[in-house]
Write a protein that binds this ligand. Structure first.
Ligand SMILES: [Zn+2]
Length: 325
């Protein structure tokens, strides 16, 4: 409470940009929020504390992610809204919007009791094991979850490496841990909606379909990754051997380029999928190819060192592999 009032200026922990903290501990706490999001959930009481957009008070996770950044405008509920602000005279008040995700939210809420002052205050819960949440924070159990002992070690290098772009790395981490709200998962939460992949409109949207069995994704992925040597995997979890085949020091740049490209393509395909779902904006595979090529060159320029030449220079290596070989 004190933190919310003083440091976060009335915003919740989740809404706060990472540079707000003044102390080292607080900065660290804010940096951990992406991880913390997976371990916390709110059990609704009166809806007075839980943030409507940023807290996980529904199984589908924070609504700002489920509906997207357009949510607050669509629902006319500000980012600072509490859950109780979506209730009027004991009923949910979610204005109709011609948005598929908003309609899905309305379906979920129609089966759920609105928060009420009779229920006491909202209660934060911590995840203990896969589907169990408890009011007490048990650091050992949470630490075990953070370490994800079940995750194969080969994934680690795909996600976390020195030059990785954090937002790209985090999305790949979510993919490898099956955390993205793809239509097949959302359907399991009891939400009716179109389950067809919005990229090809042919098959059911699953993670393995999106990355990269879908003909749209495969077109983009293979036309980029196919230039980098070896056989690019059609399933993202199989990318390890393709990236790690470059063992010699002289091939280090190619390995780096492959690692960065995998994360970038996954990120841009998910973004394309969300753009089509929420904003009705669509790029052709060629347009996405050009976009990824441009972003990739910008990333590689930023890695350029004055003394690097030829195959040591990531950007030169990219040009060589993509355009000349
Ligand atoms: Zn598809």
């Amino acid at each position: 409470m004190g933190l919310t009032a003083n440091v976060f200026k009335g915003r919740t922990y989740w809404e706060c940009p990472q540079n707000v903290g003044t102390t080292w501990n607080l900065k660290k706490l804010l940096r951990l929020k992406e991880r913390a999001r997976e371990f916390t959930r709110i059990q609704l009481g009166d809806g007075g504390d839980a943030s409507f957009w940023y807290d996980s008070w529904l199984e589908i996770g924070p609504l700002i992610e489920f509906i997207g950044m357009v949510g607050p405008r669509l629902l006319r509920l500000p980012k600072t809204a509490r859950v109780k602000d979506a209730v009027h005279e004991g009923s949910w008040l979610i204005r109709g919007a011609r948005n598929e995700r908003v309609q899905q939210l309305q379906t979920i809420l129609s089966r759920m009791e609105p928060p009420s002052p009779d229920n006491g205050s909202d209660q934060p819960l911590w995840r203990k094991n896969d589907d169990n949440y408890h009011p007490t924070f048990v650091s050992r159990l949470t630490w075990d979850k953070i370490r994800t002992p079940a995750a194969p070690v080969s994934w680690f290098g795909l996600v976390w490496f020195e030059k990785a772009i954090p937002r790209h790395a985090f999305l790949l981490w979510q993919v490898l841990h099956q955390r993205l709200p793809t239509s097949d998962r959302v359907a399991r939460w009891g939400i009716q909606g179109p389950s067809r992949c919005i990229l090809c409109r042919k098959e059911v949207e699953t993670l393995s379909h999106l990355f990269f069995c879908c003909e749209y994704s495969a077109d983009v992925w293979l036309s980029l990754a196919g230039n980098l040597g070896g056989s690019p995997p059609r399933v993202v979890v199989d990318a390890g051997p393709w990236i790690n085949q470059h063992l010699m020091t002289t091939q280090r740049t190619t390995k780096l380029i492959k690692s960065l490209l995998l994360q970038l393509v996954v990120y841009e395909i998910w973004k394309e999928r969300n753009g089509r779902t929420h904003k009705d904006v669509a790029n052709s595979p060629q347009q996405l190819w050009f976009k990824i090529d441009r972003i990739m060159r910008n990333i590689l320029i930023s890695l350029h060192k004055p003394d690097s030449t030829g195959s040591n220079d990531p950007l030169q290596q990219w040009y060589r592999l993509m355009y000349y070989d």
